[in-house]
Design a protein around this ligand. Structure first.
Ligand code: C2E
Ligand code: CA
Ligand code: CA
Ligand code: CA
Length: 278
């Protein structure tokens, strides 16, 4: 048995080493993508639950290409980016792309856009100053810019984040608590500062129809949000029937493949510009 234990430990150590190795490779792929402008942006629609056909709000999501030009999804590269301290650079790139480089196109499109802020960026005073300065100078009205901050990011950065979040809101930007309910102590953040949106974690939404607990959780989160003056967004809405159920509960906005998948940002900005010129 001792021998088998040793073999198992060896196996565990070997797979951990393999994982670490692939993360090191992924981290260098990300650094290269940052250097060589191989990041791109997508935007996914967020619609009022009452009228899923009217969309004027999009969440901006980053995409990466590897050295062979193959697309890599965030699920595959964000863990490595987090571990190797690259999320700050990624979020900076996204901020500059939207608020600076494509700002005139974005402003012309007339939509609301929400950007994700990682824990690393959230707690970084340089990033905070940079973002505030960008917001002061961008041609996009700040009321059309929102930020999504996950519960996990909040846990780690509570002290350094609350004042920053307050100043973003003072500038007219909307702030959303992302993946709400997915962490351990979601409700405590609601005491720390005011927010505009609560995004109900997709894990409660996905199987809402086949599960008796999920609708109860969704409804409870929604009620707490409303009593605090925040509006709710449900993510991972994949069918018309789930959208209808969310609407009947009173949830304000829906996002998910049923409304629309993330599309390349250029596509959206092009359509927006066409509308503006017509
Ligand atoms: P998130 O912020 O919760 O974003 C929603 C994710 O769910 C997106 O995946 C989106 O494509 C996916 N999704 C949307 N609707 C559906 C649906 O109906 N069904 C299913 N199965 N999935 C759906 P994506 O784009 O792969 O992003 C994954 C995560 O990566 C994001 O989760 C966010 O945490 C992070 N992320 C993406 N872009 C950025 C960024 O620019 N900055 C930061 N800090 N994080 C980002
Ligand atoms: Ca998000
Ligand atoms: Ca989310
Ligand atoms: Ca998520």
């Amino acid at each position: 048995h001792a021998r088998r234990g040793t073999v198992m430990l060896y196996e565990i150590a070997r797979s951990a080493a393999a994982e670490q190795h692939s993360e090191i490779i992924m981290a260098s792929t990300i650094r290269e993508a940052l250097d060589r402008q191989r990041l791109t942006l997508c935007a996914q629609p967020i619609a009022p639950a009452a009228n899923t056909g009217s969309v004027d709000h999009y969440e901006v999501l980053v995409r990466m290409q590897d050295d062979r030009g193959e697309p890599v999804m965030p699920a595959a590269f964000i863990p490595a980016a987090e571990r190797y301290g690259l999320m700050l650079q990624i979020d900076c790139w996204v901020v500059d792309e939207i608020l600076l480089r494509r700002a005139h196109q974005v402003a012309g499109a007339g939509f609301h856009f929400s950007l994700n802020i990682s824990a690393e960026a959230l707690g970084d005073s340089g990033f905070q100053r940079h973002l505030i300065e960008m917001l002061e100078h961008t041609p996009i009205p700040t009321r059309r810019i929102g930020f999504e901050i996950t519960e996990t990011a909040m846990v780690n950065q509570m002290d350094r984040a609350s004042e920053f979040v307050a100043s973003l809101r003072q500038m007219g930007c909307k702030v959303a608590l992302d993946d709400f309910g997915n962490g351990l102590s979601s409700f405590s953040y609601l005491k720390a500062f005011a927010i505009d949106f609560i995004k109900i974690d997709g894990s409660f939404v996905r199987e809402m129809e086949s599960n008796v607990v999920d609708p109860i959780i969704v409804e409870s989160i929604h009620q707490v949000a409303h009593r605090l003056g925040a509006r709710t967004i449900a993510e991972y809405v994949e069918s018309a029937s789930v959208a209808a159920l969310l609407h009947s509960i009173g949830v304000d906005f829906v996002q998910g493949y049923h409304i629309g998948p993330p599309l390349p940002l250029e596509q959206l900005l092009y359509v927006g510009t066409q509308l503006e010129n017509s």
